[in-house]
Design a binder for this molecule. Structure first.
Ligand SMILES: *Cc1c(COP(=O)(O)O)cnc(C)c1O
Length: 396
């Protein structure tokens, strides 16, 4: 058994970004500044969007996207219940109501064929989430948005690398929101980005993210001399800082290399688990790039004789950290009690919610870490088989 605990989602921090953070600290300019602008430009180039606006988190990105879309109290916004709470919370932040639509249990993405039934005269937008980095069916989603005159705001927190026949994620919808939280494919500790091709929204987003001050107000104390600003909107404090951008500027250079590493760990897991009584992620459809953010297995007690939470605890005892992505948001107390969502409403999301378990997957893992995870998973079945004489097929 592994001696030290393998932390789930441990970030990969290298010497280049450590040196950049230190240089920023010594420079005297640690807030929003030239490095933030440089990171926005690098991100915009990577995605291929016309504009990229940095913010303090993906949650802030989603909130501001709701605002520039003009979504108001009483409006309805369609999204998936199989997501992090921030997606639904951002809808709630502007007083609108999240309308959940069930997922496809294979892709774990919102089922585009069930969306139309949920559209009412109050619906203003659809927020799809590219779960684990597997791109949603953008052809169907853009067609639906166009037909019903809805905004398409994408939660691409897992999807920096995702690509589709319709284009790269971040270039298709009206506004696309990315996350640089600690566990994400690239990290600035906390941070987010919004991409759009709409110049007017890009300008508004910058203003809304910094108190509602006139554009480029961060330069007011710079060496170009003090400039007066105007308050154009009661905005938010959602700006990214140069300290965060110092991490992002180097993390972004490793996007391709790190995706290849995650793809290779993914293949190793697929091969190692194929004869165990657990379900592994569905294969990726042709012509798309899956960003491989989360490797989620399904633990079905009928097959494993062990509930998901017990299975997770067995891995914990073997020093393997795991995650659960996600408990279906409609089952969370606020959404259940205040918005009256009920268990049973979204059977596919609930099926996944009860069984899903995310194994460690990331470029900070070495080959031994990967083998430790595999060995721990196999060991659970071996020990269970001997203790309870449960009939399970074991591949060694
Ligand atoms: C992480 C995450 C968010 C929130 O991102 P933050 O940057 O932490 O605000 C939103 N949606 C999904 C799907 C996420 O995984």
């Amino acid at each position: 058994m592994r001696e030290d605990f393998l932390v789930f989602g441990r970030p990969q921090i290298e010497e280049d970004e450590i040196a950049e953070v230190v240089a920023t600290l010594r420079s005297g300019w640690i807030g929003t500044g030239p490095k933030t602008t440089a990171f926005e430009e690098a991100f915009r180039t990577l995605i291929g969007a016309k504009y990229a606006i940095s913010v303090g988190s993906c949650t802030a990105a989603l909130h501001l996207s709701m605002l520039v879309s003009g979504i108001k109290p009483g409006d309805e916004v369609i999204t998936t219940p199989m997501t992090f709470c921030a997606t639904a919370n951002a809808i709630t932040h502007v007083g609108a109501k999240p309308i959940f639509v069930d997922i496809n249990p294979k892709t774990l993405n919102i089922d585009p064929d069930q969306i139309e039934c949920a559209i009412t005269d109050k619906t203003r937008a659809i927020i799809p989430v590219h779960f684990a980095g597997r791109p949603c069916d953008m052809q169907k989603l853009t067609a639906l948005a166009k037909k019903h005159n809805l905004m398409l705001i994408e939660d691409a927190a897992h999807a920096i690398e995702s690509d589709t026949p319709q284009g790269k994620i971040g270039t298709i919808g009206d506004l696309t929101c990315f996350s640089f939280y600690v566990t994400k494919n690239i990290t600035t500790a906390e941070g987010g980005m919004i991409t759009t091709n709409n110049a007017e929204w890009a300008e508004k987003l910058k203003i809304y993210a910094l108190h509602g001050l006139s554009h480029d107000a961060w330069k007011r104390y710079s060496d170009s001399g003090f400039k007066h600003y105007e308050v154009q909107f009661p905005g938010f404090k959602y700006n990214m800082t140069d300290l965060q951008a110092s991490l992002g500027l180097h993390q972004i250079k490793r996007v391709d290399k790190n995706l290849k590493r995650r793809e290779s760990i993914w293949r190793r897991y697929d091969e190692a688990f194929q004869n165990l009584p657990i379900k592994i992620p569905a294969p990726t459809s042709a012509n798309t790039i899956h960003a491989r953010h989360l490797y989620t297995i399904l633990i079905d007690v009928k097959e494993t004789k062990l509930e998901r939470d017990a299975f997770q605890h067995e891995l914990f005892k073997r020093n393997i950290g795991t995650g659960i992505h996600y408990t279906s948001v409609h089952l969370q107390p606020y959404y259940r009690d205040v918005l009256n969502y009920q268990p049973g409403q979204f059977p596919a999301a609930e099926y996944i919610s009860d069984r899903t378990l995310s194994l460690p997957l990331g470029p900070s893992m070495n080959d031994q870490d990967v083998e430790d995870v595999i060995e721990a998973v196999h060991d659970i079945f071996k020990t269970r088989a001997s203790v309870n004489s449960v009939q399970v097929e074991i591949e060694t």
